[in-house]
Write a protein that binds this ligand. Structure first.
Ligand code: AMP
Ligand code: GLY
Length: 441
């Protein structure tokens, strides 16, 4: 079937670069479109090939010659780059140079995530609300700044650090010690520059805009749960669960966020001649002074993506395609229904610190249309047995007419899953349970 009457190309084969729950959720949403013949996950994980129309390709994307040859051989019509690492190293440029249609920004746009100091200057130039900040490269400079501030500052390594480069110290002494540590090489090149930031307060939400370089369309909002422990305590993780859409902001507040954050971001990108074709992920804090950007990411959130994908109708892949081609209208409808979605992540004991892998996983195979189990860190051994292979192992996602219903299903599903050392938070969605649903349409 021809999806793109604009230039008579057909969209049949899609490749997704990445190996997490996010990429499996994208593949699952993409394959729903009848025109899609095949979705290749490069390299994917232990659950990827059991998704309808999906196949894994065991290939290292950093070997770009082999990747390019494979994509040509498979007649790939669209490449979706899932993770910030290939985006930050410029895989988008390499693929576009060879005329592939790509969803995901080039290296210049990915800098919104790969350099926090660059992103902060970007926001300052565009007058986008964010916490005050100082960029430092020496211990002397940082000492002056830390001492001249009344409160301890938040400390961030400039570059990509797998979510581990942000610290929220309680005292100025701690602030100074962490800054010194980072500047002395704790995160290698990623810590050559440090961003010191004023600490701000408020609930955090994730806003996603699919962007074709000019126009954008919002996905449903979400709220992540970054801390490992119940009551939002303990170490930061990649995300222990999420729900969508979040009733923490009203429709009017979301429109205001578009006006003061989303649109100025796209305008500033254009001003800098950055043709951003991909998803803009705004990590926001809703403070007493209004919404402020905590961080930008240049890819979908994980586990927000797993949570949002089941809410999309089968036209979702066409939006990615339009972004890649620069033909988004900005008024496309994407919601399948207005259900609530909730996701709980099953992790390996010890995550986000040390954990063991290689344990057999038992999943009760009952299928339901409002329930998905996306694999995050899993692998298949030579006998085809499913084993744990990461800190975050499975993403259990359910939908319902209320968050209570969605999470009841999610917890009853996850209770039936077992592997040695399985751990999950029991309070995901605590912010929205036992309250009436209000959805930003
Ligand atoms: P990031 O990796 O930049 O998203 O930061 C990780 C977490 O640190 C965020 O989700 C926030 O909870 C917290 N954080 C980052 N920057 C600030 C800030 N300026 N004030 C308060 N908390 C922050
Ligand atoms: N869930 C947070 C992230 O993907 O960075």
């Amino acid at each position: 079937m021809n999806l793109n009457s604009a230039n008579n190309k057909t969209l049949e084969n899609v490749a997704i670069i990445g190996n997490g729950g996010r990429e499996n959720a994208l593949a699952w949403a993409i394959q729903k479109n009848d025109a899609i013949q095949k979705v290749y996950l490069i390299p994917g994980n232990g659950g990827s090939s059991s998704i309808n129309k999906c196949k894994t390709i065991d290939l290292d994307y950093s070997d770009t010659d082999t990747l390019l040859n494979k994509l040509s051989e498979l007649e790939i019509d669209l490449v979706v780059i899932g993770s910030e690492i290939p985006l930050g190293m410029g895989l988008g440029n390499i693929l576009r140079d060879r005329n592939f249609l790509v969803f995901g920004p080039n290296k210049d746009g990915a800098k919104l995530e790969s350099s926090k100091s660059w992103a902060k200057s970007f926001m300052r130039d565009a007058n986008i609300p964010t916490a005050n900040f100082w960029r430092v490269t020496s211990i002397d400079d940082s000492t002056n700044i830390i001492n001249s501030n009344k409160n301890p500052l938040v400390v961030k390594a400039d570059g990509l650090a797998s979510g581990k480069g942000v610290f929220i110290p309680e005292t100025k002494e701690e602030t100074a010690a962490i800054t010194r540590d980072i500047l002395k090489g704790r995160f290698g090149e990623a810590g050559k520059v440090v961003v010191l930031e004023e600490k701000i307060n408020g609930p955090e939400i994730s806003v996603f805009a699919l962007c074709d370089g000019e126009k954008y369309i919002l996905l449903p909002t979400a709220q992540d749960h970054k801390r490992v422990g119940e009551g939002d305590k303990g170490l930061n993780t990649g995300g222990m669960g999420a729900y969508s859409p979040t009733p923490l902001i009203s429709n009017n507040e979301l429109m205001e966020i578009c006006k003061i954050i989303v649109e100025p971001t796209i305008k500033e990108l254009k001003k800098r001649k950055i043709n951003y074709k991909g998803v803009l992920y705004f990590g926001l804090m809703i403070t007493d002074d209004g919404p402020k950007v905590i961080e930008y990411n240049c890819r979908f959130g994980d586990p927000e993506c797993q949570t949002i994908m089941p809410l999309m109708d089968k036209e979702f892949v066409n939006l990615l395609y339009k972004c890649a081609m620069g033909t988004l209208k900005g008024d496309e409808k994407i919601l399948k229904n207005n259900k609530c979605s909730g996701c709980v992540i099953a992790t390996s004991k010890g995550y986000p610190l040390d954990y063991e892998i290689g344990f057999p996983i038992k999943i009760n195979d009952t299928k339901s249309k409002d329930m998905q189990v996306f694999h995050s860190g899993t692998t298949l051994n030579n006998n085809g047995e499913l084993l744990t292979n990461g800190g975050r192992v499975l993403s259990v996602v359910c939908q319902g007419n209320s968050f209570d219903e969605a999470f009841e299903k999610a917890y009853s599903t996850i209770n039936d899953i077992s592997f040695k050392g399985i751990f999950y938070r029991k309070d995901i969605g605590h912010q929205v349970r036992n309250i009436k649903k209000e959805i930003n349409k």
